[in-house]
Design a binder for this molecule. Structure first.
Ligand SMILES: [Zn+2]
Length: 126
């Protein structure tokens, strides 16, 4: 955990969840701690439907960031290049949940983390 996050933890009422405007949500799992928007014109949640990958067609340039929670790499998973199958947020999420929702950065997982709550924020019900 870096110093900024630690300060937010101590100051905020919800640990590890940056205040609105500070960070960006993962369109795949709802993790609210992305440093950059996953795609340039994605905008804030909730989102109705993302359509089909690659998402840069709809939302502009991808950040090529990897979500610390679900591990989705924006711009790569949905646009992996010739001969590889792009995977949608929905399919990736389904697979990730089926495999036990392991955090990509395990040490960033808040102690009372709820996937259901996190997904609710982006309009996904499980
Ligand atoms: Zn994610």
């Amino acid at each position: 955990m870096n110093l900024m996050m630690r300060v937010k933890c101590m100051a905020g009422d919800t640990p590890l969840l940056p205040r609105e405007g500070d960070a960006h949500c993962c369109p795949c799992c709802g993790f609210p701690g992305l440093e950059w928007p996953a795609y340039k014109n994605l905008g804030p949640p909730p989102w109705k439907s993302h359509g089909e990958p690659p998402y840069c067609q709809r939302y502009g340039d991808a950040s090529y960031d990897v979500c610390e929670c679900c591990g989705y790499e924006f711009g790569f998973e949905d646009n992996p290049g010739l001969g590889c199958q792009p995977i949608s947020f929905r399919d990736y999420r389904t697979q990730w949940i089926a495999e036990g929702c392991e955090w990509f950065c395990g040490d960033r997982r808040p102690p009372y983390w709820s996937l259901r709550e996190q997904l609710k924020r982006i309009g996904v019900d499980i």
